[in-house]
Design a protein around this ligand. Structure first.
Ligand SMILES: [Zn+2]
Length: 135
């Protein structure tokens, strides 16, 4: 057999092996980057840990999503000395609440009235990071 042909074939073979080797390294790195990206999306957001993939219950208060667990439901009450009262069940907060989507802090806007609004106005929603779903 022609000696130069054998050398040429060997070089070609080595190039293919190196090519396959680099292809697999590149493919694996790309996959790892994607997994890292989607993982960081589900991490802690404004004090709430989403890394287990679960949603949290929130109400939409003027585009700020407030955790239901930080709120309490007030029964309807008539007007009284400290406020106008509220004719329906409504949302109150004992202390300031941090919105899970934007980190803004909100105190009860009307502690003697309907607070953050009635349950009918602001129903409980399911919130995933960057996603809000009706419950
Ligand atoms: Zn009230």
């Amino acid at each position: 057999m022609n000696k130069s042909f054998v050398i040429l074939f060997a070089i070609l073979f080595i190039c293919i092996v190196i090519g396959i080797f680099y292809y697999f390294i590149f493919a694996r790195e790309t996959t790892e980057t994607i997994q890292l990206g989607s993982g960081s999306k589900n991490m802690v957001q404004h004090g709430v840990d989403f890394s287990d993939g679960k949603s949290v219950d929130v109400i939409d208060y003027q585009g700020h999503y407030l955790l239901v667990s930080s709120l309490r439901v007030g029964e309807s009450h008539p007007p009284h000395a400290t406020g106008p009262g509220c004719p329906e069940k409504h949302w109150h907060a004992e202390s300031a609440v941090t919105a899970v989507n934007d980190g803004t802090v909100h105190s009860d806007p009307l502690s003697g009235g309907c607070g953050f609004g009635t349950l009918a106005e602001r129903p409980v929603m399911m919130y995933f990071p960057n996603e809000l779903l009706a419950e």
